[in-house]
Design a protein around this ligand. Structure first.
Ligand SMILES: Nc1ncnc2c1ncn2[C@@H]1O[C@H](COP(=O)(O)OP(=O)(O)OP(=O)(O)O)[C@@H](O)[C@H]1O
Ligand SMILES: [Mg+2]
Length: 358
């Protein structure tokens, strides 16, 4: 078996999870209300925010259109939010579309040719655009021009069409998949990082205010610690804790209420959910901490290989609880501690740490 072989993308549905980072239906409904409207309200991402602030202020000062902006980062970190802020800060309208929605170059030509001067074009999932559309975009970004092809075969002619200056804001969760010529045409690239717990606390208190929920400092900290560095998850956990507080208590979110609520929803102190813990527990209790192959581990937890690899593992790896090695999956010492289990003694001596020793 080849452990390094990337799994094919999953065609099926991934399990619904409270700590999943993609937006579900309820998220989409409330997110619009919770989105910060300007750079001042946007929490964290200090570097991206400062750099973007300069890009936008300079463009405004010149009375021109801002350079094209690429935003990259994991789901739920604020790329869509920031694109709307860019338009708001520039006082410009925004047009929203996405890579998968543009399959033919003609789709893109239609959008581009209807843009107003200075308009922001938000292209979500820009890495999923078709190749011909991508090539048209190169020219549009650089020269504000597209060639519209009229006719077919040898008689086809390219009619150049001038475009008004616009700002393209591209968003991607997979910056590595962007072809370099596309990446190079952005004047500014902002890499969004996971948020620190203190920043998530600010997100939570801001959202609580907007949702009219009373929350204590400790209650916010408890939710922040379980939110996996992701504002979307923080906002979602806040809503579930609010439900619990309203049904089981007086509506006020204290640390106790937050802890009890998230226990009910099986999100633990580090933000692991039931699937994450099942994977870790199998790795520790059935395979002594590994190394064990992905397929075996998946069978042991009764899940698809892809589910374990794409849904559970990324966060476990990020948290330093699990490592992917050429010989298979291995638990770190932190994994044993997190589940309150004692690691087996190592043959190497009393350190008990082995590869990932203290
Ligand atoms: N810096 C922030 N401050 C406050 N709230 C934020 C911040 N970033 C994101 N959020 C909140 O998190 C939610 C998700 O953000 P957003 O939709 O912008 O993420 P995204 O990066 O576009 O995700 P995806 O990759 O799934 O499209 C929104 O409701 C937004 O209010
Ligand atoms: Mg988005």
């Amino acid at each position: 078996m080849n452990w390094d072989e990337p799994a094919p993308p999953t065609a099926g549905e991934l399990p619904d999870r409270l700590v999943g980072s993609d937006a579900d239906g309820e998220d989409q409904a409330v997110e619009a209300a919770l989105r910060p409207k300007d750079l001042g309200e946007f929490v964290g991402q200090e570097r991206v925010r400062q750099q973007l602030d300069l890009v936008l202020k300079a463009a405004k000062k010149r009375g021109g259109t801002a350079d094209h902006v690429l935003l990259s980062g994991a789901p739920g970190l604020g790329k869509t939010t920031l694109s709307m802020i860019i338009a708001a800060e520039m006082g410009a309208p925004i047009r929203i579309t996405s890579g998968p929605a543009i399959q033919h170059a003609g789709d893109l030509a239609a959008i581009l040719s209807s843009l107003q001067e200075g308009e922001v074009l938000f292209l979500d999932e820009i890495h999923r655009m078709s190749r011909p559309a991508e090539e048209m975009l190169y020219m549009a970004m650089e020269d504000f021009r597209v060639d519209v092809i009229v006719g077919k075969g040898p008689g086809a002619t390219a009619i150049p069409l001038e475009l008004p200056p616009f700002t393209l804001v591209g968003a991607t969760t997979r910056a590595g998949l962007l072809p370099p010529p596309l990446r190079d045409r952005f004047g500014f690239t902002g890499h969004m990082e996971f948020y620190a717990p203190a920043e998530l606390e600010r997100v939570i208190h801001r959202s609580a205010r907007l949702l009219d929920v009373e929350i204590e400092t400790d209650g916010g900290a408890e939710i922040a610690g379980r939110s996996r560095g992701t504002p979307r998850i923080a906002n979602r956990l806040l809503r579930r804790v609010r439900d619990y507080a309203q049904v089981r208590a007086d509506g006020r979110i204290t640390r106790e209420i937050a802890t009890q609520a998230l226990e009910v929803y099986e999100v633990d102190a580090r933000g692991l959910d039931r699937l994450d813990r099942a994977v870790l527990r199998a790795l520790l209790q059935l395979f002594g901490g590994g190394p064990v192959g992905l397929s075996t581990l998946a069978v042991a937890v009764g899940e698809e290989r892809e589910t374990v690899e794409e849904v559970a593992e990324p966060f476990l790896v990020r948290e330093g609880l699990l490592a992917r090695t050429p010989r298979g999956r291995v638990a770190t010492r932190a994994a044993w501690t997190h589940l309150g289990l004692v690691p087996p003694p190592q043959p190497g001596g009393p350190g008990q740490g082995g590869l990932f020793g203290p």
